[in-house]
Design a protein around this ligand. Structure first.
Ligand code: ZN
Ligand code: ZN
Length: 414
């Protein structure tokens, strides 16, 4: 318990060890929660059972719970005040995600996120009750992370007003304090052609599925002329209704991503729009091309919060050597939008060693032994960070100063 780079004399490490003892006491409740959510996967904005389970657990442990915040039925907020008068001290939010992937269950391990978030809140509450420092701890249940932009919607509804810092922990195949998540646009191209008998009068038709096919080919070729961090991927969501009718309607869903928000909204979006237009011209169809869900901003990692997380990880037997805890480009998360608004932490806790997210392997492992350890350690790690922000105001001030300097040029809003 000697000093470290943060000059806190090992305070975060001690908090992590104490928080881990708390999550151990809560083992039965936290793992039952994780397993129940895993066994009952609910897709975005349909997470009624998962949100209900989280609300019940937090309510039973002294949090004041509000269901359906921000106009989202499956969002919630749970609040506990410590020390002083209500509203004294900083406000820190812990996010819980709990939506599943259509057809793939909990292949993103959001059951682990939910249970670790609940464990963080309960452990931090126990630690805070012994310390007397003032502060307000929020647990924000943010639904629809898989494509629905729940956090973006909650931000728009004012759910983060007055919040000083926000944290969560994502499950992964490794431990890391941050990852380079990309900005993302959620788009849809709809082609409209003309129906006709596919054999008796094909010359009378205009084939919308052909337009979709050309679009996929065009973006495949476009990938050769984009920056290495760009991602363009699509699926044909509608492509005609009968083999014997020239398809008159085709719908293509697209995600377009980049680390650079200006490039994403500029050259990349323009080029994809040209692919859509070219496909329509070639097939004699008409088209619409729209954003259909909130854009996800790139994650702005906060080095102060990441260092606190690394300290806590280390105390939990998950060592993250300095400078090595940042994994390469990843997917996208609506936590990116939070990170462009206030100091935020989005680390990864190893739950299914070596497995990639959004795979059947990860879905199968997300309620296994290692995933259970990720719930208890992830919760303790976050509890240590949260309690540190409450009890050592200088860490929060440094996190805010880092955020201010990183966003001084306008940040990375997608
Ligand atoms: Zn995911
Ligand atoms: Zn996820």
């Amino acid at each position: 318990m000697t000093g470290n780079a943060y000059g806190d004399g090992g305070a975060v490490r001690r908090l992590a060890a104490e928080a881990r003892a708390r999550t151990e006491e809560l083992r039965g409740e936290l793992l039952a929660l994780s397993h129940a959510i895993h066994a009952d996967p609910e897709p975005r904005f349909e997470e009624h059972a998962a949100a209900g389970r989280l609300r019940a657990l937090l309510g039973a442990h002294g949090f004041t719970v509000e269901a359906g915040i921000g106009g989202l039925d499956t969002a919630f907020r749970a609040t506990r005040d410590f020390g002083g008068e209500a509203g004294d001290g900083p406000t820190v939010a812990v996010f819980c995600e709990y939506d599943a992937l259509p057809g793939l269950g909990h292949g993103c391990g959001h059951n682990v996120i939910a249970a670790a978030g609940a464990g963080a809140a309960l452990a931090a509450a126990a630690l805070m009750a012994e310390r007397g420092s003032p502060g307000r701890l929020l647990v924000i249940g943010s639904p629809g992370e898989e494509g629905g932009g729940g956090k973006a919607r909650l931000i728009d509804a004012g759910a983060l007003d007055g919040v000083d810092a926000a944290v969560m922990a994502h499950a992964a195949g490794y431990d890391a304090v941050a990852r380079t998540n990309l900005g993302r646009l959620s788009l849809e191209a709809v082609f409209t052609g003309r129906a006709s008998h596919a054999s008796a009068a094909p010359e009378g038709g205009r084939n919308a599925l052909d337009a979709a096919t050309l679009l996929l080919v065009a973006i495949g070729l476009l990938r050769q002329q984009t920056t290495p961090d760009s991602r363009i991927h699509a699926r044909v969501a509608e492509g005609g209704q009968s083999i014997n009718i020239i398809p008159e309607r085709a719908r293509v869903e697209l995600f377009v991503r980049s680390l650079d928000s200006g490039y994403l909204r500029g050259r990349l979006l323009d080029a994809v729009r040209d692919c859509v237009r070219g496909a329509a011209i070639a097939t004699g169809t008409s088209y619409t091309f729209d954003e259909v869900a909130p854009a996800y901003d790139p994650v702005l990692a906060n080095p102060v919060l990441a260092d606190l997380a690394a300290e806590a990880f280390g105390a939990l037997g998950r060592p993250i050597p300095p400078g090595s805890g940042w994994a390469g480009p990843a997917g996208s998360t609506d936590m990116g939008n939070v990170s462009q608004l206030l100091p935020a932490l989005h680390p990864y806790v190893c739950a299914v060693p070596g497995a990639a997210l959004h795979t059947r392997e990860f879905a199968a492992g997300a309620a296994g032994k290692e995933a259970d350890a990720a719930v208890l350690d992830g919760g303790a790690m976050l509890a240590a960070v949260v309690t540190s922000l409450f009890t050592r105001p200088e860490s929060l001030e440094r996190a805010k100063a880092e955020f201010e300097s990183a966003t001084a040029g306008g940040g990375g809003r997608a």
